[in-house]
Design a protein around this ligand. Structure first.
Ligand SMILES: Cc1cn([C@H]2C[C@H](O)[C@@H](COP(=O)(O)OP(=O)(O)O[C@H]3O[C@@H](C)C(=O)[C@@H](O)[C@H]3O)O2)c(=O)[nH]c1=O
Length: 214
């Protein structure tokens, strides 16, 4: 596994190392020892699987509220998605900035979504499925969400979402209730096997302009 540090503090792209032979391939998705390299020492306590029938289905952007914040490891096992994360940690240097990556059943990348990040994706192919590893159990009633089209986030998608749940259509636009209060980790130790993504220019967040009545 090779960990690629993103420009969002604590969020990593995990590059897998498949063992290929005449049968196909074998690949390790998680190893406690390898993840220690990036300071990850939690346990995954729940594994979820989501199947999406249609292209341009959107799920997200979701996070669990304190004290049930969770780290998630995301792998697309079939089809293709554009995956997004948004830093909603109050006080984080990358607060409200987003990162996106294409994940697919054919590529060998996963995304590690740290605590205090919202996560979502848009399917780019029919029949796209994902598996998520969670460090916290599902807590109904403790879910937070961001609108995928919130102008504060300025997220550009490759296509207009065509299928979105009622719940995801009704998240309020950015306001204080979204801020998880999770602190970023302060250590900035350099890790082995880490590649850095270049910074992307994002629009400046101006709360007084963007807070909505919702
Ligand atoms: C997330 C979740 C949902 N459910 C139930 C609640 C509901 O009846 C049904 C569908 O739930 P949702 O509409 O919230 O599912 P969905 O919109 O797919 O939610 C997921 O979105 C992606 C982007 C993530 O990152 C995941 O962590 C999760 O939040 O499944 C569970 O039983 N356990 C769970 O862990």
């Amino acid at each position: 596994m090779i960990f690629q540090e993103t420009y969002l503090k604590d969020a990593f792209v995990v590059n897998l190392a498949p063992h290929i032979d005449s049968r196909g391939y074998f690949v390790r998705l998680f190893s406690k020892n390898e993840f220690k390299e990036i300071g990850f020492n939690k346990e995954f306590v729940q594994v979820n699987y989501a199947s999406n029938t249609q292209k341009y289905t959107l799920r997200g952007f979701h996070f669990q509220l304190p004290p049930f914040c969770e780290t998630k490891l995301i792998r697309c096992v079939r089809g293709k998605v554009q995956d997004y994360i948004v830093d909603v940690r109050k006080g984080s240097p990358t607060f409200l900035k987003s990162f996106t990556i294409e994940l697919s059943g054919d590529n060998t990348q996963m995304l590690l979504v740290p605590e205090g990040f919202a996560h979502g994706y848009l399917t780019l192919e029919e029949d796209s499925s994902l598996i998520y590893f969670h460090s916290m159990l599902y807590k109904p009633g403790h879910e937070g969400g961001l609108r995928f089209d919130d102008p504060v986030l300025g997220i550009e998608m490759p296509a207009v979402p065509e299928i979105v749940s009622e719940k995801d259509m009704h998240w309020p636009y950015i306001n204080e209730t979204h801020f998880t209060g999770i602190k970023t980790r302060h250590h900035r130790k350099r890790y082995r096997h880490i590649i850095h993504f270049p910074h992307r220019k994002r629009r400046i967040y101006e709360p007084e302009k963007h807070y909505s009545e919702n």
